[in-house]
Design a protein around this ligand. Structure first.
Ligand SMILES: [Zn+2]
Length: 351
């Protein structure tokens, strides 16, 4: 079965995002023999590009499912354009405010009511609540992408987050009040300040990604982690998931006999940030091709250490920069498109 996976470029400098479209099936046949999926929409601008891309290259205005991996603006904002301008069948997104009743016990302020909490979450997570409003207006079905959700004859399988893990993270969202205490393994560490690092030398046989502690945000760790198996071709989308979330997804995959090593395509989490990747994660989740959404001229994204780490596990690594990156398999050729340039191994990386 054929597929094509397109990474639309998002933003510039340190402000990137994710906007991914894909389709699989009989790509030279009618639309009914194809499945079209969008995973995040980046900014409003990349949302527009995504819409045009789907119309131009997929020849359709129908999207079977749109995933909003998590509510951060660099992923959710452009999806409002996709929902408004295309005919979307299903929106897969978490609805934080729907979990208020379950999570209110985690808060210091005993007077917090679930409806108060729900309102607070909805206001703070404006992009996600906008998406829900558009979906309701247009009669789009909404499902929450929790671990165990499957679709398209099991070609699609959500590996994370579990509902339990998600609700624990929710108590740590920037918009929620102060939680009672650390919630065991659910609590993310504090966000460290990224400093301009000095350079150190890297070699193919050494391990510079040995730090498995998790410093990404709760929002990032709440990202839907989506696995596709298209006729034995294995593809994993990770949103901005951090190390904890990735390990939990790998644990779940183990119980289902899903192998995450040697993936045909690994979507690298969080624009290639070194906070979201470790050698322990890479040992469990790696691919022969790794794809990173990050703008040109960013010092932080992707991390050279992460690029090298992916290459140490055998991946060819590609970064969007300012171009649309297409990963085709038995797909129709596109006029005017050239080969992508893979990332080199970097002799010097940030410390
Ligand atoms: Zn992001």
């Amino acid at each position: 079965m054929a597929y094509e996976i397109d990474y639309i470029p998002v933003g510039e400098g340190e402000k990137g995002g994710d906007a991914i479209a894909l389709r699989f099936g009989n790509l030279t046949g009618p639309r009914t023999e194809q499945t079209v999926i969008v995973i995040d929409g980046g900014t409003k601008e990349s949302g527009e590009t995504l819409v045009n891309h789907i119309k131009t290259y997929y020849g359709t205005e129908i999207v079977d499912v749109v995933f909003c991996t998590h509510p951060d603006a660099d992923h959710a904002s452009g999806l409002t354009v996709v929902l408004e301008k295309l005919n979307v069948t299903t929106l897969a997104m978490h609805r934080p405010w729907e979990h208020a009743e379950d999570i209110k016990k985690h808060f210091v302020n005993g007077r917090i009511t679930s409806s108060g909490l729900s309102d607070k979450l909805e206001k703070a997570l404006q992009h996600a609540s906008d998406l829900e409003a558009i979906a309701k207006k247009k009669g789009v079905q909404i499902v929450e992408p929790f671990q165990g959700v499957t679709g398209f004859n099991d070609a699609l399988h959500v590996l994370g987050p579990s509902k339990e893990y998600y609700q624990g993270l929710l108590a740590h969202f920037r918009s929620t009040p102060e939680p009672v205490a650390a919630l065991g393994f659910l609590a993310p560490a504090v966000r460290a300040i990224e400093t301009v690092a000095k350079k150190i030398q890297d070699f193919i046989h050494i391990d510079l990604l040995d730090d498995d502690t998790d410093s990404t945000s709760a929002e990032n760790n709440s990202s839907a982690i989506v696995f596709l198996n298209i006729d034995g071709h294995k593809i994993l989308f990770t949103g901005d998931a951090g190390k904890t979330a990735l390990h939990l997804a790998a644990d779940y995959a183990d119980t289902k006999g899903i192998v995450l090593t040697g993936l045909n395509l690994l979507d690298v989490p969080h624009h290639g940030s070194k906070r979201n990747m470790s050698s322990k994660v890479l040992k469990r989740i790696n691919g022969v091709i790794a794809s990173i959404s990050a703008p040109q001229n960013s010092d932080k994204h992707p991390s050279k250490k992460v690029i090298n780490g992916l290459k140490k596990y055998g991946a060819l690594v590609y970064v969007t920069k300012n171009m649309t990156l297409c990963h085709p398999h038995l797909a129709p050729t596109r006029q005017g498109w050239g080969p992508a340039v893979q990332e080199p191994f970097h002799d010097y990386v940030e410390e």
